[in-house]
Design a binder for this molecule. Sequence first.
Ligand code: BQF
Length: 285
Amino acid sequence: MAIIIDGKAVSAAIKQRVAQQAAALQKQNIQPGLAVILVGDDPASQIYVNNKKKACEVCGIRSFSYSLPAQTTQDELLELIGALNQNPDVNGILVQLPVPRHIQPDAVINAIDPLKDVDAFHPVNVGKIMQGTASLLPCTPAGVIELIDSAGIDPAGKDCVVIGRSNIVGKPMAMLMMHRNATVTICHSKTQNLTAKCRQADILISSVGKPHFVTADMIKPGAVVIDVGINRQKDGKLCGDVEFEAVAPIAGAITPVPGGVGPMTIAMLMQNTVTAAKLQNHIAI
Ligand code: BQF
């Protein structure tokens, strides 16, 4: 039976460390601040934004919250981002995705000052992630790395399969695992022989967004299985991409949903906000 990696516990420890860093900054009269912008009223997005505000409280980070109507124009949103870029009390700026269809996500991401880009989606930060020189790491992939570290697993030399190639999770996840010296395969909707490829994986990371996508026959005995999927079932409960009950007995370690990668995403956002405050105040990280 697999070890169950407790993302809630690891995220709590990280938030505690972040709170200490924020308290140290307070002594230099710097209170880290995070601006969270929500456009529209998507219920899942509202939950995520609330999770982020609550975590700010726990960590001693000031949160600035903007809830804009769904009809907000792209220009209006860019104007707000421009003002927040200039506001020295705001160290991190995050626009909750997805945005309504009439707003181009790339235009929004490109408008954020790269030093305040706590999601690490700006092309400047994406470039640094690829170089391996980034200080702000994408929250979900960085959270997965922290979880793997916390379980005492060293990716070096291991075969890692990432399912999903999004800019937010799959692509940067593969890059971070490569920086940890894993041999990485990225699989996606056009991949052939997916089951056979997954069965080779010492570390399998799923970011598909489909319940029951990863089944027991795709797992190499003893593999580390990281479930990035956050899917809402009809009864409102969360489930991952992985058939947990069938996979856990085969895997060596596995993350649950809820309480796995999700809380880590939030913890790493807090870490990025404190890191951004340090960067903007020329304080060593
Ligand atoms: C948990 C997200 C898809 C699309 C946009 C804790 C979160 C989720 C689950 C959370 C997510 C997912 C976030 C749990 C933020 C992670 O206990 O398992 C926290 O708040 N997340 C987001 O901001 O945008 C998303 C998933």
